[in-house]
Structure formats: structure tokens, C-alpha cells
Ligand binder design. Structure first.
Ligand code: 5RP
Length: 227
């Protein structure tokens, strides 16, 4: 099976999970990325069953609305029983690196409200230790070099995220992203707290304090469920 086929498979499994467990009057949180898109596509035929959704990015909002879902503001929601999103890496404790798609800040905000974080991924995203995938850090543009110096002191090699045409990548929130290679993240919770504390850091793409509660991982012979 190709990686794209695995994403379709896990998107369907996540849609089944939501249809089985989301209360009929509840709002659903939806993440960002190609795997989250497969989930949206799988859930679309059942859109009438989902009262409303909260989105983690402008890209996901566009996709949800095109599929006929109602998208509402997180400020108008008191609870969010389930949030479904992909990851760039996930360890055995449910700690994740996220933000490859640039939506880490809104993803972390929406996830913080959710009762259950369902991480969906193909099996290749599972790792023993986080850090092979460059860690995204969203920064206020003014703080970019100051934060980059601190990341170098931690052993990382930060680069400013650019589009393929060389223009600077700007997040939905008007900030920039540093992608940090070379980190060996032995203490995800501690490192998340440490980087979060630096002036100018908006969000570090470590999701350790709010980790995944349930993992659905597609492999060649089916979808593995990990709690
Ligand atoms: C976006 C994310 C994505 O969930 C992550 O990058 C995984 O993306 P994909 O499903 O395309 O592999 O964190 O900010």
C-alpha cells in the first residue's frame, strides 16, 4: 500500500470512530494536513450527522465548507468531545511533533479544548524518540533570530521556513516558522515548556503536555488502535 492509500484507510477509521462516539449535539474539532483531509473526505457523506465543526486552519476551513460542513468559531464552543488530527511524529506515550503543515498554533489551541485527541497517521510516523522530523517553532517575526540563537544553544539547527519560490512562509496568524533539525528530544514535556517560555515564541510544535489520547495508525494489514 502507498502512503496515500494508508492515509485514506486511517481517515475512514477516524470517521467511523467519530460516528460511533461523538454525541449528536456535539461539535467536532478538525485538524490540518493531508491525513486530516482524508478524514474530512471520509466523513463528508455523513455531514448531516455532525452539527458543526471547529477548524484548525484556513485550509481546513475551506475544505470543510466545500464538503458541506458547518464551521463555527472556537469562541462559540464550550466543549469539544473529539479532535481529530495528524502528526509528523508520535512516540509510544502519545507525544507528538506537529506543524509540518504550519497550523501548529491553532491546532494546539483547538486540541487544548478537546476531551479526546485522536491522532491519525500512517505507521511511518511512529518513532521511539522525537526529533528526526525538524521541530516547527512559530515565532513573532521580530524574534526570529533571537529564538534561533537559543535553539542553536540547545543543539538544534533552525532554518526559516520558505515557500518553494523562496518567499517567506507566513502562518495564518501572521507569524513565521523556524524548522529545527538535529534535536534529540529526550524530555518532550520539559523541552516544550522550556521553548514556550522564550520571548517571541508563539508555539512550539511539541504536543507533549496535550498529547494524543488515542492513536489510529494505518499499516499494510489494517488500522492499529493505540490508547
Ligand atoms: C499540520 C500538522 C499535520 O497534522 C502534520 O504536518 C501531518 O501532516 P500530514 O497528514 O500531511 O502528513 O501538524 O500543521
Amino acid at each position: 500500500m502507498t502512503q496515500d492509500e494508508l492515509k485514506v484507510l486511517v481517515g475512514r477509521a477516524a470517521a467511523e470512530h467519530v460516528l460511533a462516539h461523538l454525541p449528536s449535539d456535539a461539535v467536532l474539532g478538525v485538524g490540518t494536513g493531508s491525513t486530516a483531509n482524508c478524514f474530512i473526505d471520509a466523513l463528508a457523506p455523513h455531514r448531516a450527522r455532525i452539527r458543526a465543526t471547529v477548524s484548525s486552519s484556513t485550509a481546513t476551513t475551506t475544505r470543510l465548507e466545500a464538503a458541506g460542513f458547518t464551521v463555527i468559531d472556537l469562541n462559540d464552543v464550550e466543549s469539544l468531545p473529539i479532535y481529530v488530527d495528524g502528526a509528523d511524529e508520535i512516540d509510544a506515550d502519545g507525544h507528538m511533533i506537529k506543524g509540518g503543515g504550519g497550523a501548529l498554533t491553532r491546532e494546539k489551541i483547538v486540541a487544548s479544548v478537546a476531551g479526546q485527541f485522536v491522532c491519525i497517521a500512517d505507521g511511518s510516523k511512529r518513532v521511539e524518540r522525537l526529533g528526526t522530523f525538524p521541530l516547527p517553532v512559530e515565532v513573532v517575526p521580530l524574534a526570529r533570530n533571537a529564538v534561533a540563537r537559543r535553539l542553536r544553544e540547545c543543539g538544534g539547527a533552525p532554518t526559516r521556513r520558505l515557500h518553494k519560490d523562496g518567499s517567506v512562509y507566513v502562518t495564518d496568524n501572521g507569524n513565521e516558522i523556524l524548522d529545527v533539525a538535529g534535536l534529540d528530544i529526550v524530555d518532550p514535556r520539559g523541552f516544550e515548556a522550556r521553548v514556550n517560555d522564550w520571548p517571541g515564541v508563539v508555539t512550539v510544535g511539541l504536543f507533549a503536555r496535550r498529547r494524543a489520547d488515542l492513536g489510529l495508525f494505518a499499516v499494510a494489514d489494517g488500522v492499529q488502535t493505540v490508547t
